[in-house]
Design a protein around this ligand. Structure first.
Ligand code: CA2
Length: 148
């Protein structure tokens, strides 16, 4: 049984580097800044947030398994694993609630290898190109989807 109104926000490889390099693509905010935005927005919807980042595919898969019993919804920015990981897709398919995929950048305006997302096949919705604000939109979306 999912913990009451808990949302897992999972972040993949290299997102811990946000705010330190490539500001033209990813902006100047750190992942800590994004976490603050998410927590603020979640408070408005009375949602609990578990916010995590890992550079290891296996750890992210473990967290998705954890979400199956602990969370009502998952928000995920898989980083580059978005474009490669069938294992993350399979783990997400085993999660019963809403899943929102987020990307800071508009992956469709970038290199062709970023145009394919395995995660999208399991996602209720996809938000990309809105920068950190996309995470706030994702929180609003899961709040609506959990309640509908
Ligand atoms: O736009 C996104 O949010 C991405 O998921 C970010 C990933 C990228 O591989 C995806 O195609 C799109 C990369 C995150 C790495 O972020 C860095 C930030 C600063 C410096 C270096 C990497």
């Amino acid at each position: 049984m999912a913990a009451l109104n808990t949302v897992f926000v999972l972040n993949g490889p290299n997102l811990n580097l946000l705010g330190t390099r490539e500001p033209d693509i990813y902006g100047r905010e750190t992942l800590g800044d994004i976490e603050r935005r998410v927590r603020e927005r979640a408070k408005a919807h009375a949602l609990n947030v578990v916010f995590r980042q890992s550079n290891a595919e296996a750890e992210i898969i473990g967290w998705i398994h954890e979400a199956r019993v602990q969370a009502k919804a998952v928000i995920i920015n898989g980083g580059a694993l978005t474009h490669t990981s069938i294992a993350i897709l399979d783990a997400l398919k085993a999660f019963d609630g809403p899943i929102i995929e987020v990307h800071l950048s508009n992956i469709y305006r970038r290199e062709a290898f970023r145009h394919q997302s395995f995660i999208s096949q399991a996602a209720s919705g996809v938000i990309c190109g809105l920068g950190p604000f996309g995470y706030e939109v994702a929180v609003d979306a899961v709040a609506r989807l959990i309640r509908s």
